[in-house]
Design a protein around this ligand. Structure first.
Ligand code: KG4
Ligand code: ZN
Length: 374
């Protein structure tokens, strides 16, 4: 619940998220006084359905979304105490993501929108992550975004709703992907990120295994995580057979290397932000599933303290995939359109497996370059 200086009309939006392996629905309301309320936020993780395969199986995910989504939407509506008439719009993830799941969520949202006579807002999943901090904190544009999820690792200048400029990114694996692959090679359960964090705990030794800090010796803010994962594999083979203490120390070493890289690259990215916006108080927003990691949050918090900047990190439950962020992105887009005297109804928008946030990347995608996954 946040106060904001500008007071838009009240807006209540149902959000639907199905782009990966969480089936989620939520209702978010923005009051006339500018306060935002998450009225309900239902998340059904499909982790147990995918665990045996060590990762998300797209066909299983799509089928599970089909069987779960109707009930999840009903729960979100009843927990929020809202009827269809109370809604101003339905917002659903229209991409990027696993296309089967995106189709299930978007088509369900279109059906609900048509039956209820409400507009549909087709939301970019990444925009959901990018704007979440404005749901949970009083935060104005522009800000620097570090987006760290299962498929993305990017620094973006967030200049307004729909206006994103990419400053840098990973040149290979996304950091969440590196967490997942590290977990798998150490025999930890899926999903990997939380498993690595849990195994590292508080008592493991992050210095026992010496892992590289890729690309810290190079200028700029691009990152690389594929080599780090390979270094974990080499260290694990050398120490095999691994005891639980070995696994814990390897996890702590991996997490510490990732935190070092992300901390230093974020410090440099904040300097670029200040060059782009001299005089604007620098704010670093961290978003996406990996932003739930305590060690990474701690490192970023320490770094912004030293840099005289501010860190905005949504609560962990709103960093990993959820539908409150989709409902909120819908509210942001409706409000932004209203300010321009426009309205939105995206019922004709198709599901998109790839959908970069920034315009430059979209142009590259159009010219045949491989895009990123969700
Ligand atoms: O944003 P998200 O929920 O889904 C995507 O849009 O990709 O991010 C999922 C990623 C996975 O790679 C997962 O292992 C990672 O976020 N993750 C974490 C943690 N929780 C989720 N990584 C490290 N520490 C965590 N606590
Ligand atoms: Zn996500």
């Amino acid at each position: 619940m946040i106060s904001r200086s500008s007071a838009p009309a009240p807006l209540t939006v149902l959000g639907i998220e199905t782009s990966c392996d969480e089936t989620a629905a939520a209702v978010v309301r923005l009051d006339a006084d500018g306060r935002a309320h998450v009225l309900s936020n239902i998340i059904r993780s499909q982790a147990s359905e995918h665990a045996a395969f060590g990762g998300v199986v797209p066909e299983i995910a799509a089928r599970a979304h089909i069987s779960l989504l109707d009930r999840i939407v009903q729960s979100a509506m009843s927990e929020a105490g809202t009827g269809w008439d109370d809604l101003d719009a339905i917002a659903a993830t229209a991409g990027p993501g696993l296309i089967g799941g995106v189709i299930v969520g978007l088509m369900t949202a279109k059906a609900v929108a048509m039956a209820a006579g409400k507009p549909l807002v087709a939301v970019n999943h990444l925009e959901g992550h990018a704007l979440t901090a404005r749901l949970t904190e009083d935060l104005a544009f522009p800000y620097l975004l570090l987006l760290v999820s299962g498929g993305h690792t990017q620094f973006l200048l967030v200049e307004g709703v729909g206006t994103y400029r990419r400053l840098g990114s990973t040149i290979d694996d996304a950091v969440g992907e590196a967490f997942d692959k590290t977990a798998k090679l150490l025999g930890l359960a899926y999903p990997g990120g939380p498993a690595v964090e849990q195994a590292a705990g508080n008592s493991a030794d992050p210095t026992r295994f010496a892992l590289p800090r890729p690309m810290l010796d190079r200028p700029g803010i691009d990152m690389s995580f594929a080599g780090l994962k390979t270094a974990v594999r080499t260290a694990a083979h050398a120490a095999a057979p691994l005891s639980p203490a070995d696994v814990a120390d390897l996890c702590a070493a991996f997490q510490s290397a990732v935190a070092d890289v992300i901390g230093e690259k974020s410090r440099r990215a904040l300097a670029l932000f200040s060059e782009a916006y001299p005089g604007t108080p620098p704010v670093l927003v961290v978003a996406g599933g990996v932003a739930a990691n305590g060690a990474i949050r701690q490192r970023l918090s320490q770094m912004v303290g030293e840099a005289g900047a501010r860190l905005a990190a949504p609560p962990a439950r709103l960093c990993t995939d959820n539908a409150a962020m989709i409902a909120w992105a819908g509210i942001e887009r409706l409000r932004d359109a209203a300010a321009r005297g426009e309205s939105i109804d995206d019922r004709a928008v198709p599901p998109r497996p790839r959908w970069p946030l920034d315009a430059n990347a979209a142009a590259l995608l159009g010219s045949g370059r491989k895009g990123a996954k969700a």
